[in-house]
Design a binder for this molecule. Structure first.
Ligand SMILES: Cc1cc2nc3c(=O)[nH]c(=O)nc-3n(C[C@H](O)[C@H](O)[C@H](O)COP(=O)(O)O)c2cc1C
Length: 202
């Protein structure tokens, strides 16, 4: 079975630091034999959640835009890499919109009880967070982690790893960072190898 890896870029800046880091990760995954796809949130329509709570009764979202097809793709992937630069100490509005739009999955899990992920399913579905930040602070990513954790929990993925690079201002961008791109490539390759091994042992 070919491992499906889906990269989701939440940066509004095309081919900037964060998307470049995501591309390296996806390149590593492709080299390890995965089927790879990248979705750029800026290029699709993903409106904000309206908070209407209709999904609490129906398990469906009333907004019929690209977010629905994307969330279907996420549920069908073996590995997702969710990427966002740090904006105002958190994730971008683009990524937060997608995470909020997954509320109907939360409703299926916790209200309607029509969706359940077994611990074996979660173990075989790996989620990674990819991020870059301008500041040198070690804690600059901390406010982003809870939303990413909630998203992986809601979609049935184990929070497998972070690929984060701070101090972009001082380095002059991720391409000038001494190890970030190579590290992301290696993590892409490794996660696919880990998932392939799990499938072989199944
Ligand atoms: C609107 C905005 C807000 C930002 N806020 C922060 C911040 O709070 N902390 C930080 O370290 N960097 C911040 N940055 C810098 C970006 O995180 C950094 O330049 C990142 O590498 C940009 O990635 P990109 O090229 O994918 O857009 C901000 C940048 C922008 C445009």
């Amino acid at each position: 079975m070919v491992i499906k890896v889906l990269g989701i870029s939440g940066s509004p800046h095309r081919h900037g630091n964060t998307e470049t880091l995501l591309d390296s990760f996806l390149e590593g995954a492709r080299e390890a034999g995965a089927e790879v796809e990248k979705i750029v949130l800026k290029e699709i329509t993903c409106s904000s959640c309206r908070g209407c709570n209709a999904c609490h009764k129906t398990g469906e979202c009333v907004i019929k835009d690209d977010a629905i097809g994307l969330l279907d793709k996420i549920l069908a992937a073996d590995c997702i890499a969710v990427a966002s630069p740090i904006y105002s100490m958190g994730i971008t509005a683009e990524l937060k919109s997608l995470i909020d739009r997954a509320q109907y999955l939360w409703a299926r899990k916790f209200i309607l009880k029509t969706l359940y992920f077994s611990s074996d399913h979660i173990k075989r579905h790996k989620g990674l967070f990819i991020s870059t930040a301008g500041l040198s602070w070690d804690n600059v990513f901390d406010a982003a982690f809870p939303a990413i954790t909630a998203f992986f929990n809601g979609t049935g993925f184990e929070y497998y790893d972070n690929i984060i690079a701070n101090n972009m201002d001082a380095f002059g961008g991720v391409k000038k960072h001494p190890t970030a791109l190579k590290g992301a490539f290696e993590k892409g390759r490794t996660v696919v190898e880990v998932l392939e091994k799990m499938n072989t042992l199944a």
